[in-house]
Design a protein around this ligand. Sequence first.
Ligand code: ZN
Length: 156
Amino acid sequence: MNRELSAAGLLSAVALAGILFSSPAQAATCNATVDSTDAMQFTTKNLVVPASCKQFTVTLKHVGKLPKTVMGHNFVLGKSSDADGINADGMKAGIEQNYVKTGDPRVIAASKVIGGGESTTVTIPVAKLSAGEKYTYICSFPGHASIMRGTLSLAR
Ligand code: ZN
């Protein structure tokens, strides 16, 4: 038996199975990566969460070199109308609380603060998102949120 032919046959069988058994729920991408930089930027400024996801996981990467005490970044999500309030209270909370007020009900998801070369993940419970609402993610490190912000919405 020809080995290469056999391997090709197996591959097409796997591909066919993938087509037959895939559903919209499995096809949805329930994660994203957001890079942050030494230039105080999120490189991704818009995220759309598929409604079929139960959870949406964001990996925040700091692709710079500066330490978190100087150029720390986090990912804090709330309704767009709450973003400035979340940020103001977060700054007061300090680095020990990752610049997020403890128990802040406006915060839907928040990561820890990371420095250059680090990464972290944060999970967004999709049940807390509404299709008609606008959401904003910020970095709540003092002074960053005016530049470091992006929008997030639930796909209809
Ligand atoms: Zn930052």
